[in-house]
Ligand binder design. Structure first.
Ligand code: SAM
Length: 287
């Protein structure tokens, strides 16, 4: 039976009611086929803790005839995001002569409707850089971290410090400004910077071969790192343009709950198969 003919009701009422009463089942990905604006419109306000998503970039790729009403998507995202919730918007610009700067225009729009530009992070690609004959090789995309008010959750990811062990460290700085030094232990780790680097392609982005049937998958590790940073186990995570389901896979593996939407039935099918291969149940709720 075609996927679109298999709507499944949640066990606890309609899908919107289940979202409103925070009763979506754990360890289950909810996948919805449709224009995310129309789908989100049926939901209550302030219900999503974290969105990690990546829009189509300037019609760079053909996603089988999608519609991309950016401002409507942004408005709905603001409405459904919980107070203190976060949207991570991963976006690149078309480079055709010059850069389109669409990413910046989108970020300014998000700010104009009430989101705080909590951070502007860089997703650096360790390989497959985009070569230009008259400019430096492009090797990054933007990750706009947009919050509705002050973020309620920040679990900072740490990385090992380069130097470890004991060293003479500045100590007891008095008002006279003279530093004394004392033997002390260097910190073993520090909070990461806001530039994150990932290998891309098979094995880097993901080991799931099926995901590459989608033309623009982002790295699992990228989704994972944002999910750990801006949400806690049990929180509801959204990807309104979920493609092959990367955010969903990592949300479920981190004990979050997940809703994915995509306008293309074939991408929802890829996500569903990918979840199945990862041992994740997926339901297609009737909204
Ligand atoms: C850059 S891809 C997302 C890829 C995803 N992050 C992954 O790792 O597979 C963008 C997706 O947005 C979907 N899309 C475009 N417009 C949409 C809309 N209005 N509503 C829902 N999905 C949409 C496309 O079908 C495409 O799968």
């Amino acid at each position: 039976m075609p996927l679109a003919d298999q709507p499944v009701k949640t066990r606890k009422g309609t899908f919107s009611e289940s979202i409103a009463s925070n009763k979506l089942e754990e360890r289950t990905a909810y996948l919805v086929i449709g224009n995310c604006v129309d789908v989100m419109r049926t939901w209550p306000d302030n219900v999503i803790q974290l969105t990690v998503t990546s829009p189509p970039y300037d019609s760079l790729r053909d996603y089988n005839g999608y519609e991309f009403p950016f401002e409507d998507i942004a408005d709905q995202l603001y409405r459904v995001t919980a107070e203190g919730g976060v949207v991570v918007w991963v976006v690149g610009d078309r480079i055709n002569g010059g850069r389109s700067l669409t990413s910046f225009r989108q970020a300014l729009y998000f700010q104009s409707i009430g989101f705080s530009a909590h951070d502007v992070m860089i997703y650096q690609k360790k390989n497959t850089p985009f070569m230009r004959s008259n400019a430096y090789t492009n090797a990054y995309e933007m990750m706009f971290v947009l919050s509705k008010g002050k973020p309620t959750t920040f679990n900072p990811l740490k990385e090992p410090t380069q130097r470890q062990g004991y060293e003479m460290l500045p100590h007891n700085k008095l008002p006279d400004g003279i530093n004394k030094k004392k033997l002390g232990e260097l910190k073993k780790e520090k909070t990461r910077t806001n530039i994150w680097s990932y290998a891309v392609g098979l094995g880097g982005t993901t080991k799931d071969k099926i995901a590459f049937q989608h033309p623009a998958v982002f790295p699992e590790k990228l989704a994972n790192d944002h999910i750990e940073s801006w949400s806690n186990p049990g929180d509801l995570v959204l990807d309104p343009m979920c493609g092959s389901g990367t955010t969903g896979k990592m949300a479920l593996l981190n004990d979050r709950r997940f809703i994915g939407i995509d306008i293309a039935t074939e991408y929802i099918e890829i996500a569903r198969q990918r979840f199945r291969e990862s041992g994740i149940d997926a339901l297609l709720p009737a909204s």
